[in-house]
Write a protein that binds this ligand. Structure first.
Ligand SMILES: C[S@@+](CC[C@H](N)C(=O)[O-])C[C@H]1O[C@@H](n2cnc3c(N)ncnc32)[C@H](O)[C@@H]1O
Length: 269
């Protein structure tokens, strides 16, 4: 019930939603300052995906698999790539180390998260900077591909975000994203893409893959939350936020209230 009230308030006041999520991720980056925590997504599990990872990346396998599932729909070799909502940087780091991109830039609205990334990663073709999805700090026609993983639900306006993605993409560029939505808002999201000039090449309901990955990640996520030494309602909210098995968010995926989609689009040449 509490979640439904919060969603309703966010629908009425989108700028409050944006403010809330910025605060939330900044508090989280301050509280969970372990640079080894590199991802904040629900992960992806599929028997068809057999990724070979370096030993140091194995602990992040399911989160990396979510990135891989989304971005491997195109060949990123030699491309200039932007990630919007790069969080703790694990995804941008994976792409820059494994996928032969020319340049990788991660932007995030949380200055604390960006500071953490700049201290954690020292990779030649990878940089991080503060930026708002609805006012991207780049010239028009700059990137070959824009990536967006589990972040767009935080934005005040999906339309404003898409206008910005289209502006910074070169003609014919690709937009690769995934995120969760309440099932009644899926059509709205698809309509936003169509009306803003994105041609949908592939659209997949990956909710079952998210549910399975979240189950596998539950023990590790619970340990990470325990290390934060929080108790009571805040601990419960964090577990739900992390979609651990048995939490409200996990249940809402299982009962179909929430859906999780991955979408690959292109803008016109
Ligand atoms: C669930 S986390 C996902 C992070 C990362 N993509 C990952 O998979 O680990 C969502 C991220 O979106 C960022 N974010 C939220 N609102 C944003 C905005 N308006 N502009 C840019 N980033 C934003 C948050 O600060 C957070 O780091």
């Amino acid at each position: 019930m509490l979640y439904k009230i919060v969603y309703f308030i966010f629908q009425l006041f989108p700028s409050l939603k944006k403010w809330f999520w910025k605060k939330w991720y900044t508090v989280l980056a301050n509280k969970a300052d372990d640079p080894d925590l590199r991802f904040m997504n629900y992960g992806y599990l599929s028997e068809k995906l057999a990724l070979t990872l370096n030993d140091e990346d194995e602990k992040d396998r399911y989160s990396i698999q979510l990135y891989h599932h989304v971005v491997s729909q195109i060949d990123l070799t030699g491309l200039k790539v932007l990630e919007v909502g790069s969080g703790r940087g694990g995804g941008s780091s994976y792409i820059s180390r494994y996928l032969n991109v020319k340049e990788m830039i991660g932007v995030d609205i949380s200055p604390t998260a960006v500071d953490l990334c700049n201290k954690t990663y020292n990779i030649n073709n990878l940089t991080f900077q503060v930026g708002d999805s609805e006012k991207l700090p780049f010239d028009s026609n700059t990137f070959d591909a824009v990536i967006n993983i589990e972040s767009s639900h935080c934005y005040a306006s999906m339309d404003n975000f898409l206008l910005e993605v289209k502006r910074v993409l070169k003609p014919g560029g690709s937009f690769l994203f995934c995120d969760l939505r309440r099932k009644e808002y899926l059509d709205e999201m698809l309509e936003s893409l169509n009306s803003n000039g994105f041609n949908i090449i592939e659209k997949q309901d990956i909710t079952p893959n998210i549910i399975e990955a979240s189950i596998k990640m539950t023990d590790d996520r619970k340990k990470a939350i325990k290390n934060l030494q929080v108790e009571g309602w805040f601990k419960k909210i964090l577990e739900s936020f992390a979609a651990t098995d048995g939490s409200k968010v996990h249940q809402s995926f299982k009962d179909g209230y929430m859906k999780y989609y991955s979408i690959y689009c292109q803008v016109d040449k």
